[in-house]
Write a protein that binds this ligand. Structure first.
Ligand code: 1CP
Length: 348
């Protein structure tokens, strides 16, 4: 099944006619048509929970750049919202949540309305499944428990996740309770995404890299291992990509311990190291600097070709992507240019 999709072929380590590509955060703030939809929808959450708008903005980047995969438009923070935490996105700012930083607040979170709350996301996936071309894969996603918990405890994004890391040391059992709840909610959410038509799952662990060694195993590896195990009970063959941003030399351990199908590698990872130490273990996705995509020019062309050459030297399959998400202000023509170079690049 699904073998006419180049992206899935690559994830299954099968040969492809060219390198598949898509871009993290490919829908969104750099596209004028997205900004128009966001204005019409009202708030960012109205966009996420309205299948008409969410389907439209998921399709917008495909119309321009014909990627090998579409990603459903949503956000990693719909899970805390579905568990009962208040969430707001103010224009131009990041997310603001009412912090869950003590036992009473964590105990008030509940799985009861999870699927009812997330039903619009499932509906969007069902529509996208029907509407995207047969050769395009549909990616469902969620945040990893550690990254999601860092927003839940801190109430907003932070450079060091100090609130969550402090709780994990001071109130380990309570933090474990929060992580366990997120493992359950995220597993069920992702299983439903596959049920409604997602071909591939991506788990975003944006803040994994800030965890010290022992904490990385406990809060980044173990919860993701459990989620993957839960998904595979229902869907043994669904490809699962994880993005433990900043994992560095811990990528090989992460791959072995979680059983993930493929990894997204971040901008800091040296290409030769990726080729020698990660590609032999699993398919790799990455890792153009989103700021180079923003600045463009000859330098962008050169780097794209460098990534294409180095990551295809060994037998390991490769999916072209960014090392983190597209940033606002990126000129759409730069995304078009990169897509063109990838399409023209011939596999030897
Ligand atoms: O219109 C707007 O102003 C909202 C901007 C925006 C968008 C377009 C946010 C707020 N989220 C999204 C969509 C989104 N978020 C997608 C959609 C699909 C796609 O095109 O890829 C995805 C996959 C995400 C995932 C996400 N949200 C992550 C993990 C990936 C990453 O880039 O690190 C994280 C950390 C978030 C939280 C979040 N949501 C939005 C913002 C600005 C942030 C970051 C906040 C912060 O840390 O300061």
């Amino acid at each position: 099944m699904a073998n006419n999709k180049r992206f899935i072929q690559s994830l299954k380590s099968q040969p492809t006619d060219r390198i598949p590509y898509w871009y993290m955060r490919q829908a969104g703030r750099y596209l004028p048509e997205y900004l128009q939809c966001r204005k019409t929808a009202g708030s960012f959450l109205d966009l996420c929970y309205n299948p008409d708008f969410a389907t439209e903005v998921s399709l917008q980047p495909l119309r321009r750049y014909d990627m090998d995969a579409a990603i459903v438009f949503s956000d990693i923070l719909v899970i805390p919202h579905a568990l009962g935490q208040s969430l707001d996105f103010k224009t131009g700012e990041g997310p603001i949540l009412a912090p869950v930083d003590d036992k009473a607040k964590i105990n008030r979170l509940s799985l009861t309305n999870l699927h009812q709350h997330l039903a619009p996301v499932y509906e969007t996936i069902a529509r996208l499944h029907r509407q995207i071309p047969a050769t395009t894969a549909l990616i469902g996603f969620a945040g990893a428990p550690w990254t999601v918990a860092s927003y839940m405890v801190g109430g907003r994004g932070s450079p060091d996740q100090a609130a969550a890391r402090t709780m994990a040391y001071r109130e380990e059992a309570l933090f474990q309770q929060l992580i366990d709840l997120l493992v359950t909610a995220t597993s069920e959410y992702l299983i439903n995404q596959v049920k409604y038509g997602a071909d591939v799952i991506q788990i975003f662990d944006t803040w994994a890299g800030n965890l010290p060694d022992d904490q990385f195993r406990r809060w980044a590896i173990e919860p993701v291992r459990q989620i993957i195990e839960n998904i595979r009970i229902c869907y043994p063959d669904v490809p699962i990509i994880s993005f433990p941003r900043g994992a560095g030399c811990r990528y090989p351990e992460y791959i072995g311990a979680t059983g993930v199908t493929a990894v997204s590698v971040d901008t800091t990872m040296p290409l030769e190291w990726v080729r020698d130490h990660i590609q032999p273990l699993c398919p790799v996705q990455g890792n153009l600097d989103p700021l180079l995509l923003l600045t463009g020019g000859e330098r962008l062309d050169r780097r794209v070709r460098e990534i294409l050459c180095l990551c295809c030297l060994k037998d390991g399959p490769f999916i072209f992507n960014l090392g983190h998400g597209i940033v606002p202000g990126t000129p759409p023509e730069n995304v078009a240019r990169v897509s063109e170079i990838i399409r023209e690049y011939q596999l030897k």
